[in-house]
Design a protein around this ligand. Structure first.
Ligand code: PLP
Length: 483
């Protein structure tokens, strides 16, 4: 394909994307296929001769789209809000079109430096101090793995430069709430801690980690000769958006020199709103009333590709001491050495993570922030928060429905507890007898602001059990807020 052919086909594809986004509200939320149906609809061998873009767009409509869950659908309330803002989609297209090779500063200086600048913009926007240096990872799972690798090596005095973990006299341990995302124990396993050394700390009534039990677990491990290496603090758990008490945890960690990684994968977007900065209270370190100096957290990860609406894969990882990542993950073969001009030291992002070749992900954030503007993104986050509280109030007022966890951000966890016949009479009739997993009367949902827009992001991050809302029957008219 030459650039002129690309131009023609590209215009058609952009038109197709715009049309597709427009008609999402008219499509079914669930994928309309059974396992194997997409496979069966596709030829088993690749084409020998080229086809036109029309043929591909037809297949997108007829095979691919029916095989997708419409996560941008106004009535999609599962998992996390996946807005995929069109402004960031343009950035993604630009990244692919530019086709930069991100293997060193020299291979694409603009890729590295735009990433530094955009991470710093995001740092400012979220109220973090200048002490935090950012990098874009593909996902929060990778960010956590990278943080735990650095934590492991710091705790073991860089044992990988010698005999590795297998030569350690005492096991290293990791701690996280029982409500931490499954990505956390997975990262700990991949970082070599071993299942026996990953502590799942129970939570209290608000589903946040119980710090007394954390302290007890650490003391027990130390007493028994193990070395606490890392605590992962969940700010905004997946099930209920619970917030582990960060400041208290930092204070406990300070006593043992434990690495603290903050996982705010979904909830981090709230930091764009100054009134929600309480979420990370303590993250910069502080002095206790007793005069104990508590250092800042070591790393923080959150996903603009969740609630903020930048398209996957855009996950921010901030660290206080990048040199800890570099020491563990640096590679410097002859074919990657730079002849860097000038006085300034170039950042080599390949040393801040696992892959060598890196995509130009910063363009997604750059386009999103510049084309949509921060104020519009903030407005949409506030709209979602207001909607969540309104929904919670409506659900609470509905007989047979319960809000089962505090509504901290935009996640509302609800349970349908069908009324028995005698209760129905008390509640005034049959209005709330929708089956388990469905939302009660549609009329009660009609007031939610713009909840039904193709880009609305009021969906729940929670998988709230078998009774979780699967699909509200009606949530109002589509809106276009946010784009
Ligand atoms: N942590 C939390 C709290 C999450 O909600 C999620 C995803 O839902 C993750 C981590 C994993 O995120 P990713 O898919 O970017 O690896």
């Amino acid at each position: 394909m030459n650039p002129e052919e690309f131009r023609t086909a590209g215009h058609e594809l952009i038109d197709w994307i715009a049309d597709y986004r427009t008609r999402i509200p008219d499509l079914p939320v669930q994928a309309q296929v059974t396992p194997g149906e997409v496979t069966d609809a596709l030829p088993s061998t690749p084409p020998a001769e080229p086809v036109g873009i029309d043929s591909l767009l037809k297949d997108l409509d007829e095979i691919i789209v029916p095989g997708l869950m419409m996560v941008q659908h106004p009535r999609h309330t599962g998992w996390f809000p996946s807005n995929a803002s069109l402004a960031s989609v343009l950035g993604d297209i630009a990244a692919s079109g530019i086709g930069a090779l991100g293997i060193s500063w020299q291979s694409a200086p603009a890729l590295t430096e735009l990433e530094e600048v955009v991470c710093d913009w995001m740092r400012r926007l979220t109220g973090l101090s200048e002490g935090w240096k950012g990098v874009i990872q593909d996902t929060a799972s990778t960010g956590c793995l990278v943080a735990l690798l650095a934590a492991r090596e710091r705790a073991a005095d860089y044992v990988s430069e010698r005999g590795g973990m297998q030569s350690l006299p005492a096991p290293l341990t990791v701690y996280a709430s029982e409500h931490a995302h499954s990505a956390i124990p997975k990262a700990a396993l991949l970082a070599g801690f071993g299942r026996d050394n990953i502590r799942s700390i129970p939570t209290g009534s608000s589903f946040a980690l119980d710090t007394a039990l954390l302290r007890a677990a650490i003391e027990k491990d130390v007493h028994e000769g193990r070395v606490p290496a890392a605590i992962v603090v969940s700010l905004g758990t997946t099930a209920t958006t619970a917030f582990d008490p960060l400041a208290e945890i930092l204070e406990i960690a300070a006593g043992y020199g434990i690495w603290v990684h903050v996982d705010a994968a979904m909830a981090g977007s709230a930091l764009l709103l100054p009134e929600y900065r309480w979420i990370v209270e303590g993250i910069e370190g502080f002095t206790t009333p007793d005069g104990v100096v508590v250092p800042p957290a070591d790393s923080l990860g959150w996903n603009p590709h969740k609630w903020m609406g930048t398209i996957l894969d855009t996950s921010l990882l901030y660290v206080r001491e990048p040199e800890r990542l570099v020491r563990v993950m640096s590679t410097n073969p002859s074919f990657l050495r730079n002849a860097v001009p000038g006085e300034r030291v170039a950042t080599e992002y390949r040393d801040w993570g696992i892959p060598l070749g890196r995509r130009f992900r910063a363009l997604k954030l750059w386009f999103h922030l510049r084309l949509d503007g921060v104020a519009a993104i903030q407005d949409r986050l506030r709209r979602d928060l207001a909607n969540a509280h309104r929904l919670a109030a409506l659900v609470s007022a509905e007989p047979g429905w319960t809000v089962v966890a505090p509504v901290q951000l935009q996640t509302v966890c609800v349970r349908h507890e069908p009324l028995v016949a005698s209760q129905m009479v008390d509640a005034g009739g049959l209005r709330s007898t929708a089956g388990p997993g469905t939302m009660a009367g549609s009329d009660s949902m009609a007031g939610l602001d713009s909840m039904a827009g193709p880009n609305s992001m009021t969906g729940s991050d929670a998988v709230a059990g078998p009774d979780a809302v699967s699909e509200p029957s009606t949530v109002g008219e589509p809106s276009t807020v946010g784009e």
